[in-house]
Design a protein around this ligand. Structure first.
Ligand SMILES: [Zn+2]
Length: 191
């Protein structure tokens, strides 16, 4: 039992898949690095199966590479928390995802803003996500190698706490490849 819920645990990705398909959970919490079937593949399979296609998936992982976190979100993870995450934060996020799934309209609509409780702010601050519509528009940048304008791709929002927000914008030069722009330091890095 965790916060009044019945929890099924799985030792590896294959067992997690079997349990998810048979137990019809209200929320699925997974690592990315699982034996047999990894977390990304697990998300993909669960999203394709009709019985689990709308079950919220929360990834709690020690992975910090943005490219791997992006893979998880594209595979169907609804939220990603980076370890260490406290049990409070994980439970809050699970509740939020269940609530979002319950209130989700049949047509795609943005999630309703949660009431401004302190806990909500904390969860929000710890929630890392990718977006292509950041609060502030991306900077206009020039490729430092060939001086062509860089094309904006996406933004990763993260940070360790409310007081230390972070944002990384990803850009591409058609000749030179991908660049990462750290918003706080205004430094552009070739990837
Ligand atoms: Zn270039």
């Amino acid at each position: 039992m965790l916060a009044g819920w019945v929890v099924s645990e799985a030792a590896d990705g294959r067992e997690a898949l079997v349990q998810a398909l048979t137990a019809k959970p209200r929320v699925i919490v997974t690592e990315l690095w699982l034996p047999l079937i990894d977390g990304v593949a697990l998300c993909e399979i669960l999203r394709r199966d009709r019985s689990t296609s709308t079950v919220p998936i929360l990834v709690v992982t020690s992975e910090t590479r943005t490219i791997e976190l992006a893979r998880a979100e594209r595979a169907g993870a609804d939220a990603v928390l980076i370890k260490p995450s406290t049990p409070d934060i994980i439970v809050s996020e699970m509740k939020r995802l269940i609530e979002d799934a319950r209130t989700a309209a049949p047509v795609a609509s943005p999630p309703l803003p949660a009431p401004g409780a302190r806990r909500t702010a904390l969860v929000k601050a710890h929630r890392r996500h990718f977006t292509t519509t950041p609060d502030e528009p991306p900077a206009s940048l020039i490729c430092p190698i060939c001086a062509q304008p860089l094309r904006y791709q996406e933004t990763f929002v993260g940070g360790v706490s409310v007081n230390h927000p972070e944002r990384w914008d990803y850009f591409e030069c058609t000749r030179c490849g991908r660049f990462q722009y750290r918003y706080r330091t205004r430094k552009l890095r070739h990837l």
